[in-house]
Design a protein around this ligand. Structure first.
Ligand SMILES: Cc1cc2nc3c(=O)[nH]c(=O)nc-3n(C[C@H](O)[C@H](O)[C@H](O)COP(=O)(O)OP(=O)(O)OC[C@H]3O[C@@H](n4cnc5c(N)ncnc54)[C@H](O)[C@@H]3O)c2cc1C
Length: 485
């Protein structure tokens, strides 16, 4: 062994391979983009600041698969929501994302709103959706007998659907991973530097060099955009708070009850959830703090006031949870999706209140922009099959009720969370999945454990123990290049 004399130079960090494309942000949009691009002969890296995928705005929304009937005709958002609705509906049936086509009824409460219904019907047609019908008050009450007094008429939207936003983000990220995407969790991009054709994304956890960069950072989109030398928009976090009512409330509403939308948004709705509850919300409150996802007393009071008017009977049921999400609101009345061929950079910003629905269409649009800007796209001949996601939707078979499954593996017969009927087998499977939960919140999103009326009071200790027992010490973050079978 040779004696060291004085400080030795630190060993040079191994050079990172240069990715063809780096996507910043593993929400539903960034995950869809990474998945799409990984279907071509490209090396793709997906960077996420948090320890899990789908842990930003994509985890806290109303989870409606929109038809796009009320979008502003002619906008990019209108086109991508409509296309995304078809793409996600089809994808959901292939990978097992639960979707229930409940339909929606938009209700008019004032003469002005009543006069707006034919206008909305024409708008829907201009958006390519021609299945809306104006109905009278008697029909509104026939469809929703427990609605509060005073409804004057309604507009039916038969194809609005409810889905699971958690499974959607996870499916798209898992699919991207299976296609070989290098998933880097806990990689917050702090700055960027450019050297010729290569942009290096500087993160505390290490640098990531790439030839092309897609900015899908949601609430952080404008900050990343500034790192690329732009000053073109500002993201305002628009908080939406929601109340979740107990499953006993579910028979009250079998479709989404919408208000007439205003310039500020879609307004407060009542909707069944895919997990068998009823949801009331969201509010719309502009904030400065991009991390303010807590709920507030004023939001709670506001929603109870709305609920009292919309459906007094609902307030006789118990609220079992409340949550809030932050929309990435921008001044522009449309999505901000633009490519800069010179900087080899694409901005995907302003995806406010429809991004769950449009994510897969946004991904195709970004792919086309990259191609137009000069990225060579050669479709892969060996794209692996998509994942099959565990079902956590209430209307579809679940392990606790599947005799054959329980017979072959008794862990599916051992219920841990009695409110949501989640079994030890599902918790074990989630912990062993390709993108395992980083913490108990991630476990909730994958299984529904601890999400019921007791909010984990009964099962949190056991769910936590199983999580500790089965969680992998470390998991590979790069998908296989070849997938067996
Ligand atoms: C209350 C509410 C209700 C909604 N209802 C619906 C609905 O019913 N239907 C619908 O279609 N849409 C709905 N939406 C909109 C939908 O949720 C969003 O449009 C969508 O989730 C946006 O996804 P995203 O991937 O762009 O953002 P996000 O999910 O926020 O993902 C962006 C990711 O980027 C990461 N990131 C940020 N900065 C950095 C950085 N510097 N480095 C690395 N990573 C970074 C974040 O951690 C985050 O995970 C709703 C939104 C809200 C708030």
């Amino acid at each position: 062994m040779s004696a060291a004399s004085g400080p030795q130079p630190a060993p040079a960090a191994p050079a990172q391979p240069v990715a063809d494309v780096a996507v910043i942000g593993a929400g539903v949009v960034g995950s869809a983009i990474a998945r799409e691009l990984a279907g071509y002969e490209l090396s793709v890296t997906l960077l996420e600041a948090r320890a899990d995928v789908g842990d930003g705005t994509s985890k806290a929304n109303t989870a409606i698969l929109h038809t796009g009937f009320d979008a502003k005709p002619g906008t990019l958002e209108s086109r991508l929501v409509r296309a995304g609705c078809h793409l996600l509906s089809d994808y959901a049936s292939r990978v097992g994302i639960p979707v229930e086509r409940t339909g929606a009824l938009l209700v008019a409460w004032t003469p002005d709103e009543l006069a707006e219904l034919p206008v909305l019907k024409a708008k829907a047609a201009a958006n390519g959706y021609d299945r809306c019908e104006v109905v009278d008050a008697a029909e509104v009450y026939r469809q929703i007998p427990d609605l509060g007094e005073g409804a004057l008429g309604g507009l039916t939207v038969p194809d609005e659907s409810i889905t699971c936003t958690w499974t959607t983000s996870l499916a798209l990220a898992t699919d991207a991973w299976l296609r070989g995407t290098d998933l880097r969790l806990a990689h917050r991009v702090r700055s960027v530097s450019h050297d010729g054709d290569v942009t290096t994304l500087r993160c505390d956890a290490g640098d990531v060099p790439a030839r092309w960069v897609v900015n899908a950072a949601g609430l952080g989109c404008d900050l990343i955009d500034q790192m690329f030398g732009y000053d073109r928009f500002h993201v305002t976090p628009r908080r939406g708070e929601l109340l979740v009512f107990d499953k006993l409330a579910r028979p009250l509403v079998n479709k989404i009850v919408l208000p007439v939308p205003t310039a500020r948004g879609k307004g407060v709705l009542i909707s069944p959830t895919i997990y068998g509850n009823i949801m009331l919300g969201p509010t719309a409150e502009d904030l400065e703090d991009r991390t303010a996802t807590g709920t507030s007393e004023s939001g709670y009071d506001f929603l109870l006031g709305k609920g009292r008017r919309l459906m007094p009977r609902l307030l006789e049921e118990e609220v079992t949870a409340s949550y809030a999400g932050l929309r990435a609101a921008v001044d522009a009345g449309d999505y901000l999706i633009e490519a800069d061929g010179e900087k080899r950079y694409v901005l995907v910003g302003g995806i406010r209140s429809t991004g769950l629905t449009s994510a897969m269409a946004i991904a195709e649009h970004v792919r086309d922009l990259l191609s137009d800007a000069g990225l060579k796209l050669t479709p892969r001949s060996d794209v692996p099959s998509p994942p099959r996601m565990p079902n956590i939707g209430e209307a579809f078979p679940r392990p606790y009720a599947d005799e054959a499954r329980i017979a072959s593996d008794p862990a599916y017969g051992r219920i841990v969370c009695f409110c949501e009927r989640v079994t030890a087998g599902e918790i074990r499977d989630a912990c062993g999945s390709l993108i395992p939960p980083a913490d108990l919140s991630g476990l909730r999103r994958r299984t529904r454990a601890m999400n019921g009326r007791c909010q984990g009071f009964f099962c949190a200790a056991e769910a936590g123990a199983l999580f500790e027992q089965y969680r992998p010490a470390a998991h590979a973050t790069s998908g296989p290049q070849e997938v067996p079978g």
